[in-house]
Ligand binder design. Structure first.
Ligand SMILES: [Zn+2]
Ligand SMILES: [Zn+2]
Length: 220
């Protein structure tokens, strides 16, 4: 059994995170994880990347947290993968299975409406996981659901209430969405941790997405 964190932020890239990429890698190594997927807030979310930069520079800057985590992970024996958390008016869509090279080649993702974005990512071999779909907060005007556009849905997000997670579970079960779990860890000091485990070691972003699509994983 190999444990992975699916939802983690770094202070290099996410404006709301307090732990840097290296600290996150150290934290998960100390907890016995095999790997993590760094899912910093995308350009339409709470990112610290300046908006006015040209695309290539922007992507390079966005990958900084992931790269720092990976650099540390390589030193200590923790596998670090790339993903991101795309935002649409308070709805957050974790995107897995695509890498930095893919992102560099597809600046048009920023010009797509949210449904086209989901379709495109999935066509390209990625997966969309709706993070904490029933999250309630002052900045979220309404709960938005995308039942036909997602591969899975977080039914356990460590930072959300039991009520919010239970609503997500009912939703996922009703629509036949795969269950998913993640910690949404911004601090490298979080006590409640959730994620997924596999029977095999993950070798790439693509491999991670593939095993989710094949239902070869468990949530914890
Ligand atoms: Zn955040
Ligand atoms: Zn998050």
């Amino acid at each position: 059994m190999y444990k992975y964190e699916t939802h983690v932020h770094t202070s290099e890239t996410s404006a709301c995170a307090s732990a840097n990429g290296a600290a996150q890698a150290m934290f998960y190594k100390s907890k016995g994880y095999t790997g993590i997927v760094v899912t910093d807030h995308f350009f339409n979310g709470n990112t610290s990347v300046p908006h006015e930069l040209p695309w290539e520079e922007k992507v390079n800057r966005f990958c900084l947290g992931y790269e720092k985590a990976k650099e540390q992970g390589d030193k200590i024996g923790l596998d670090v993968f790339f993903g991101w958390e795309y935002s649409y008016h308070g709805a957050d869509l974790l995107t897995y299975g695509l890498d930095k090279q893919w992102l560099l080649k597809h600046p048009m993702v920023m010009d797509m409406d949210v449904n086209s974005y989901c379709d495109f990512v999935r066509e390209q071999g990625g997966i969309i996981v709706h993070a904490h779909p029933f999250r309630e907060a002052d900045y979220i005007a309404m709960i938005r659901l995308f039942p036909r556009k997602c591969d899975a849905c977080e039914i356990i997000n460590s930072c959300r209430s039991d009520f919010e997670n239970n609503m997500a579970k009912h939703y996922a079960e009703s629509y036949g969405l795969r269950p998913f779990a993640g910690s949404d860890n911004h601090s490298a000091a979080q006590e409640k941790l959730n994620g997924v485990d596999f029977d095999e070691i993950i070798t790439s972003e693509q491999h991670f997405a593939q095993l989710i699509k094949e239902d070869k994983y468990r949530i914890f």
